[in-house]
Design a protein around this ligand. Sequence first.
Ligand SMILES: [Zn+2]
Ligand SMILES: [Zn+2]
Length: 180
Amino acid sequence: MTFTYDTEVALSTAAALVNTGRSVTDALATMDGLDTFLEQQRFSGSRTRTEEELQAVRALRTELESLWFAEEDDVVGRVNRILRRTSALPQLVRHDDWDWHLHATAPEAPLADRMATEAAMALADVVRAHELDRLGVCAAADCDGVVLDLSRNRSRRFCDTGNCANRTHVKAYRARRAGT
Ligand SMILES: [Zn+2]
Ligand SMILES: [Zn+2]
């Protein structure tokens, strides 16, 4: 494992959130889409299910997307801003079937704030470990997805939004055959 379990979960949720905005159909276009996303990510806590909540999550998605491609100093500034803005106060918690992990906001804080602090706390781990190069972009020519490479040997090149690895390998295979 590269980071602690809760950090890896938070990072993959952040990657999945960014990717909802980088695929052909926007999975967060509607409240139903947000419900499905949170269910998939097993993100619990209070909800308002208002348009404001949906828009705040969409704004966070944009914020995390620029963070994904930012240089270290910039990432640090952005992470610190999120932690200040949400008055993050790390507390060890255990709930549902999750073992001890950190929450930095109260369960009743706005959804986008809770998602933001979780991502920011995880990114703080990445910065401290000098592992920002684990945040990348999908190697498939026809895909804009972001990739989170948590593999031991840093071998992950494709996102998990579709079938990018397979598609690219089939294409390369066909190109090789056409060339012979
Ligand atoms: Zn939790
Ligand atoms: Zn991809």
